[in-house]
Design a protein around this ligand. Structure first.
Ligand code: CP
Length: 317
């Protein structure tokens, strides 16, 4: 049943999946599926201005948010951290205050600092910042839009979450995708397993799922989420061998052949071909890599819309 305007999610900011209830997640998936099916966007009588501020590299999330904004009829103001006054020492708060003062209503932000957004939302009574913040990834903390597009992609395949066996494999320590997905998948009733090098698995993950070897798990799983090896976040690279990683922990052609008939593979991207998975599997029948990216646009539309509605922007007709 389609939610009406009054029932739709309304948020001041979209920072984490931690406070979302299952019905709210399902509402977002339903809204994203509506947009994907060609459903009309709201008509806004007043302009809405957004800025995308990516202080860490991005292709998918950045371009996908921009596409989502354009599809919603939002005006996007260009911002390049490399040429901005951040390089003169301006703080993130003061940068946003400037953008807000010139009329920007929404900021999509990716930042290397975990929970960077606390300084932007917990204001004292002299601070006047009045912008909706949408978290596009904070350090090793959360990646809410990736998580929700992952949920949409799983839901599209299975129609439910309860009892699904999901393996999250790889660089768990550094992964905001793992930290977001494991939490929401558990809440939605999936059974979670972790794999990859044991030194990337720690007690932090124990409450969400069990560790197992890839070869023991692969033929049992409904969903296999492969994580990128994030070399740029490793303090010291102790002789990493892509071939050895692929052979021990990666999705090889042989392991793919052992997967359940309806099982799917997901990867947040960017992919290290021949490391997390064999290059020929990137576009294999079980791969949902392209579908994740496609779904991301529609899920981000639903997320932005929740903040537009929460802040009463646009004066919807
Ligand atoms: N999945 C993801 O966050 O990709 P980008 O770093 O390219 O945005």
């Amino acid at each position: 049943m389609m939610l009406n305007m009054q029932e739709r999610l309304k948020l001041q900011h979209f920072l984490t999946i931690k406070k979302l209830e299952n019905d709210q997640v399902k509402g977002l998936i339903e809204r994203a599926e509506y947009f994907k099916a060609g459903g009309a966007v709201a008509e806004y009588s007043q302009p809405i201005y957004a800025v995308n501020m990516f202080f860490e590299n991005s292709t998918r999330t950045h371009c996908s948010f921009e596409m989502a904004e354009r599809k919603l009829g939002i005006q996007t103001i260009p911002f390049d951290p490399a040429t901005s006054s951040v390089n003169k020492g301006e703080t993130l708060y003061d940068t946003l205050l400037s953008l807000n003062s010139i009329g920007v209503n929404l900021a999509v932000i990716r930042h290397s600092k975990n929970e960077y957004y606390n300084d932007l939302i917990n204001l004292n009574n002299t601070q006047k910042l009045n912008m909706g913040i949408i978290n596009a990834g904070d350090g090793s903390g959360q990646h809410p839009s990736q998580c929700l597009l992952d949920m949409m992609t799983i839901h599209e395949q299975f129609g439910h979450f309860k009892g699904l066996k999901v393996a999250i494999i790889g660089d768990l320590t550094n992964s905001r995708v793992a930290r977001s997905d494991m939490r929401l998948l558990q809440q939605l009733g999936a059974e979670i397993y972790f794999s990859g090098p044991e030194y990337w698995y720690s007690s932090e993950f124990e409450e969400f799922g069990k560790y197992g070897k890839v070869d023991e798990l692969i033929d049992q799983m409904d969903v296999v989420i492969l994580l990128r090896v994030q070399h740029e976040r490793h303090q010291k690279e102790v002789s990493f061998s892509p071939t050895a990683y692929h052979s021990e922990y990666g999705l090889t052609i042989e392991r793919y052949a052992r997967m359940k008939e309806r099982a799917i593979i997901m990867h947040p991207g960017p992919i290290n071909r021949g490391v997390e998975l064999a290059s020929d599997l990137v576009e294999a029948p079980k791969s949902r890599f392209s579908m994740q990216m496609k779904n991301g646009v529609f899920m981000r539309m639903a997320m932005i819309e929740a903040v537009i509605n929460g802040r009463g922007l646009g004066g919807e007709k």
